[in-house]
Write a protein that binds this ligand. Structure first.
Ligand code: PEP
Ligand code: MG
Length: 754
């Protein structure tokens, strides 16, 4: 009896050893052929142009790989892909759709079974087995192959696409075009030679050694840490003035980590076990990294990278192994397993064309710094071997998160054209920096920024943010190993309030729970998004909220630009309790001799219940801010982090738009200022609708700010209102988006919706 689950598991286990994607697909077809004991097993993968390409085969001629291509509907394989249904035939060549490809030598095989591989509704490819005899495959065999295909499609997903070798018929190429799909790190297109950094050291690579006595090892680590702190303190100036603040803010995060008492205690404890300073460093950091990596929240996950970078910095000091400068003759794209801030500082800015980092996420500091410096970056490509591209020209597409090696001239020319277009756009945007976000008809929109990391402050100010619309205060709680003290919080909040003063800064109180866990306070729940989140948690830990509010009020003493905002509010009594705590904080501090005043208090609209509660809340709130990320999630009952339902998560859903329109009307009736701070505010299509509804304050990440300003300056409010009306007639979100994008293109702003 064949067990598809066990076989799939074995194949996937073996696949983990595959060195690249072609080895992976070869392995899949080999295993299936032996398990089913058939003559042929082949895999056809859908390429980016929608063609099914023979990508791996055991049994057919190997020369046919990459040559045999069909569109959906063409041939047996195309028919299976189009109908998304299996074909089980005893005489393959008698089927009307049969097409003969002489390159394959498949005339010898009659029995044919093909099944589609579907992932999230899309056809990834077709898996085919064939035998010489004239026979139909048994039901058991068919069921096995269907289940197998489903498991493989689910587990490998889009990775399987990488195994296709496209051929450019116009080119007599030596090497096949290779595309690497990663995550968009920083926007922009670059075409330049790759410079693969060879000096990457992983924590894992640090050899395990016993120490030369506790006192010696303790002194060694203390010296290395002190030197690292000095290096961080001195800052680095290779990047030019515009980047210095950003860099220093990032270095501040490292300093914060470096000074964390938990890390030094962990290192000491390791040294006490008799190991060397390097081994102690490795283990102590690894423990912390594991904690961050286990977190679901991508922002927190990304902090593991900071720890890794810091550990390696200290390790290099321990080894006296300081980095050499990277000194290419012409601008290069730096490629490495983990390109980090130290790489940025070792190369002249004029020689740094782009960044490709196999590790990292969109929220990693590599991405933050690349954005601030305007250097295109692709991160999170995964376990690929890129050493072979060293020295050859590669295309880096930061808009799509793609890297292309060995591209034919026609493709390079196309990217050159896009690059010129984008450069023209950037020049235009920097010219807008000091201009207001004012529509063609003279309506002014306030553009604020979202932040939470010290590193985000400078880019926000540099891009003309008129205040902070959302300060995610949970971030300082996450870089600690304990709840931070009032004094620690005070210093951090002061930094933000002072940087923006006199512009307003809206600080949201601690929003943990859901996918945001604190390493030192794990919350286990069946349904965390409906559980102990935001204000629900902090009202149960009144002392934590009181400390936080006291720190915020004290930080505001000199600047008076603080506004307080409550996350995840769903009840009137929560608001009253919050006020009681703020009042108590004010009176405590007044008694202690600090002349603090109660700042404006507002709420996030994230839980749909608030849509009906506003009249009851009105007297106790000064403003509302729409948290469209959570509001969309809760209105549509779609988890914002679950890739399986990602296609259902859309802030352009008609119910979301109706809810927002109703909310804006209600706020107008209640004379209540309303703004939006969810991702919707950085989506150009959505911004048209938000303006049409009457929203005049948007808060978004610093990177998107100039683009949204550019859009607003081209819009007429009347058109926004008309488009909002028209959007009601669209039956799907895709149709709605296309209609709005068509308008953006008609304004000559196609670059915003590429
Ligand atoms: C939101 O929910 O829209 C929001 C801005 O908050 P967060 O993304 O931090 O949950
Ligand atoms: Mg939220």
């Amino acid at each position: 009896m064949l067990n598809p689950l066990i076989t799939a598991k074995r194949i996937l286990q073996a696949a983990a050893q595959a060195t690249d994607s072609s080895a992976l697909v070869r392995l899949i077809v080999e295993r299936i052929r032996t398990t089913l004991d058939v003559d042929v097993c082949s895999l056809y993968v859908m390429n980016e142009d929608g063609e099914l390409v023979l990508t791996a085969t055991q049994g057919l001629a190997q020369e046919a790989i990459g040559q045999i291509r069909m569109t959906p509907g063409q041939g047996l394989v195309g028919t299976i892909a189009k109908r998304q249904h299996p074909l089980n035939l005893d005489h393959a060549d008698k089927h009307p759709a049969f097409r003969y490809f002489k390159e394959t030598g498949e005339e010898h095989y009659q029995g044919f079974l093909g099944v589609p591989m579907i992932h999230l509704g899309h056809t990834l490819g077709v898996l085919v087995v064939q035998v010489r005899e004239t026979r139909r495959f048994t039901e058991e065999e068919e069921a096995f192959l269907i289940t197998m295909a489903a498991h493989l499609a689910g587990s490998l997903g889009g990775n399987i696409k990488k195994s296709v070798r496209p051929i450019d018929p116009n080119q007599n190429q030596q090497l096949p075009v290779t595309r690497f799909q990663g995550i968009k790190g920083a926007p922009g297109i670059e075409i330049a030679p790759a410079w693969v950094v060879k000096d990457d050291i992983r924590l894992d690579d640090i050899a395990e050694r016993s120490g030369s006595g506790e006192a010696v090892e303790r002194r060694r680590i203390a010296e290395a840490v002190a030197e690292t702190r000095e290096e961080l303190d001195s800052g680095l100036d290779q990047l030019g003035n515009s980047a210095n603040d950003t860099l220093n803010s990032l270095l501040d995060v490292y300093k914060l980590l470096l000074d964390s008492p938990e890390l030094s205690t962990a290192i000491e404890a390791q040294i006490a076990t008799g190991v060397s300073a390097s081994t102690a460093l490795k283990h102590a950091f690894q423990q912390q990294i594991d904690v961050f990596e286990a977190m679901a929240d991508p922002y927190l996950k990304a902090r593991a990278e900071d720890l890794r970078v810091l550990a390696i910095r200290i390790y290099r000091r321990l080894q006296d192994d300081l980095n050499e400068r990277i000194d290419p003759e012409q601008p290069v794209i730096l490629v490495g397993r983990e390109i980090n801030i130290s790489h940025f500082t070792r190369i002249d800015r004029s020689k740094l064309a782009g960044i490709v980092s196999l590790e990292g996420s969109a929220l990693s500091h590599t991405a933050v710094l690349a954005n601030a410096l305007g250097i295109p970056a692709v991160v999170g490509i995964g376990d690929e071997d890129l050493t072979s591209v060293n020295g050859s020209e590669i295309i880096l597409d930061g808009y799509r998160g793609q890297v292309i090696a060995h591209a034919p001239a026609s493709l390079v020319a196309e990217f050159e054209r896009m690059k010129r277009q984008q450069k023209a756009l950037q020049a235009d945007l920097s010219h807008l920096k000091k201009l207001p976000a004012e529509s063609k008809d003279g309506t002014t929109v306030q553009l604020h920024t979202n932040t939470g990391l010290l590193a985000d402050i400078t880019p926000g100010l540099e891009r003309g943010a008129e205040g902070v619309g959302l300060y995610r205060s949970e971030i300082p709680f996450m870089v600690h190993n304990n709840f931070p003290t009032e004094e620690e919080q005070l210093r951090i909040y002061q930094g933000v309030l002072e940087a923006y003063a006199p512009k307003p800064v809206t600080m949201r109180t601690l929003d943990i729970g859901g996918d945001k866990a604190l390493p030192y306070f794990p919350i286990q729940e069946q349904n965390p998004f409906l559980g102990w989140r935001g204000i629900r948690f902090t009202l149960d830990y009144r002392n934590i909220l009181l400390d936080q509010i006291r720190a915020m009020l004290l930080a505001n003493l000199n600047t008076q630009n603080l506004k307080l905002m409550i996350p995840m509010l769903s009840r009137e009594d929560e608001l009253l309790q919050f006020h009681a705590i703020v009042d108590e904080a004010v009176s405590q501090l007044n008694e202690e001799g600090h002349a603090v005043a109660k700042p404006p208090v507002g709420i996030m609209v994230e839980v749909p219940a608030v849509l009906w509660l506003l009249p009851r809340l009105r007297d106790n709130i000064d403003f509302v801010s729409i948290g469209s990320n959570d509001l969309t999630q809760y209105l549509l009952a779609v988890d914002r982090n679950n890739p399986r339902v990602a296609s259902l998560y859309s802030h352009l859903h008609s119910a979301v738009l109706d809810a927002l329109q109703g909310l804006v009307r209600e706020c107008r009736r209640l004379n209540l200022p309303v703004s939006i701070c969810g991702e919707m505010a950085s989506d150009p299509a959505a911004v048209i609708l938000l303006l049409g509804m009457g929203i005049r304050t948007l808060s978004l990440s610093a990177f998107h700010l100039p683009r949204i300003k550019w859009l607003i300056r081209h819009l007429h409010l009347n058109d926004c209102v008309a488009l909002l009306d028209k959007s009601r007639d669209c039956s799907t979100e895709a149709e709605r988006r296309e209609m709005l994008n068509a308008h953006i293109r008609s304004l000559g702003l196609g670059a915003l919706v590429q």
